[in-house]
Design a binder for this molecule. Structure first.
Ligand SMILES: [Zn+2]
Length: 171
């Protein structure tokens, strides 16, 4: 099923998500499948469980937006274990539609996590994939990308969101 994406302003997006302790269950596999479906429907390259209102440490990533099924990545209880270099590029978030900002991030990162079966995985990504690892892992700690931009720009986005909320144009 396709879940609606929770938008900035909902508390679940700014709370620390809980570790997953049970793996390889029908429920978990279904949730992973639903998250990919929801992410593709929203045309995103990454989606964290809090973005569909579920406070669990689970995220899915596919930087090909579904064009290459071999590129589907499931991260459960992820930890960034290495960061190298830096990159600056535009970043957006499905929970903050229409907004995009330049964000500095490490260029190359290594993430350690578990897959849906509970197997330990370690992956290194550069550029967009590194950005996705960091952005989604941040989500699980209740951190949005706007935490990495200037306070001035962040306040501007907050004000615009509040305006949209008042106008009933923010889900
Ligand atoms: Zn996001």
């Amino acid at each position: 099923m396709i879940y609606p994406i929770v938008r900035y302003g909902q508390p679940v997006l700014e709370e620390k998500a809980k570790e997953i302790t049970e793996f390889d269950t029908a429920e978990l596999h279904q949730l992973v499948e639903d998250m990919f479906e929801s992410m593709y429907a929203a045309r995103g390259v990454g989606l964290a469980a809090p973005q569909i209102g579920i406070g669990k440490r689970l995220a899915v990533i596919d930087t090909t937006t579904g064009e290459d099924q071999g590129q589907k990545i499931v991260l459960i209880n992820p930890r960034i274990v290495n960061r190298e270099g830096s990159q600056k590029s535009e970043e957006g978030c499905l929970s903050l539609p229409t907004f995009r900002e330049q964000v500095s991030r490490p260029k190359k990162v290594t993430v350690r996590a578990r897959d849906a079966k509970g197997a330990e995985i370690e992956m290194t990504g550069e550029d967009l994939l590194a950005r996705a690892f960091l952005h989604e892992t941040d989500h699980l700690d209740g951190t949005l990308y706007i935490s990495h931009i200037s306070a001035l720009k962040r306040d501007l986005i907050r004000r615009k969101v509040r305006k949209l909320q008042k106008a009933g144009e923010w889900g």
